[in-house]
Design a protein around this ligand. Sequence first.
Ligand code: TA6
Length: 283
Amino acid sequence: MIKQKTLKNNFPYIDIQNKYAKAKIALQGAHVFEYQAVDKPALLWLSDAAYFTEGKAIRGGIPLCFPWFGKHKSDDALPQHGFARTALWELVLEEELVDGSSHVQLKLCESSQSLALWNYRFELTLDVYVGEALRVVISVYNTDTRAFEVGTAFHTYFQVSNIDDVRIEGLKGAVYYDALTQSTHTEKGTLSIHEETDRVYQTHNDTLSFSDAKYSTSIESKGSSSVVVWNPWKEKSLAMADMTDDGYESMVCLETSNAREDTRWVEPSEVHRIEVRYSQSEI
Ligand code: TA6
C-alpha cells in the first residue's frame, strides 16, 4: 500500500507498507526517514529531536546532498550540502511491483530559488524500491546547455545497537581525508568508532558492510567512489538542537557519495546515477 499522508503539522510524506517492509518518505528532500523490514530492527536512525519543518533538513534517515557535498567550494554563505534536501520534490510515480514490493519516484527540477544558488537547469529523480532490501537510485540529468560539476550523496544515518559495537568492513587500503585534522591517511583494516569521526574515503570497492551486536548490513553501490563516515560524538551532539544528548550512541553515517575527488562532471543531455542497496542479516 502506498499512501500520501501528512504529519500533524501538515508536513507531507509517503507511507509505504507491503509484505516485506514499511517505509516513510518526506516530499521535502525526497527524504526516506523510515525503513524497517519485517522481523528486523529499523535500518535508519532518526533523531528524537528531528525537525519536520518546511525548509529545515531532517536529522536522520537518508538526506540527499546535491549539488555539492559539505560546504560550498568557494562560498560559505551557501547552504551546507546544497539545496535538494530542503526543497519540495514532486511524487511522479507510485507502483506496486509483481513480487509485492513497492516503487516510488520523486522529481526535482530547477526553480527560481535553486537558480539563485546554482545557476544550472537540471532534473533530479529519486527512485525508492521498498522490498526485502531498500534500494535507492538518484539520477542527475543535465538539462542545461553547459556541463556542470556535482557533488551528490546519500547521507545515510544507520541505527545501531551501540556505536561501540560497530565494525565497518570494506575500507581497508582506502585513502581518506580526515575533516577534523585536515589530513590524509590510509585505512588499515576494520574501522571502529570511539570518538568524533568525519572522514571522506576514496574507494573503488562497491560493497561495504557494517555490523553491530546483532546484525550485519550490506551496502552495495554503483556510480560512487567515495564513502563518508561520520559520527558527531558527545560534544557536537550537545551543540546540535536537533539531536538528543546521547543520540550519537545509536547511529553511524555511512554515506555513499560523489564527494571531494569524486565529484562528477555531467555534460548537457547526459545523466549520472548513484544507486545503493541496503540489506540486513542476523549475525
Ligand atoms: O557527512 C558529514 C558531514 O559533512 C559533517 O561534516 C557534519 O557536519 C554532517 O555532515 C552533518 O551536516 P548537517 O549540515 O546535516 O548538520
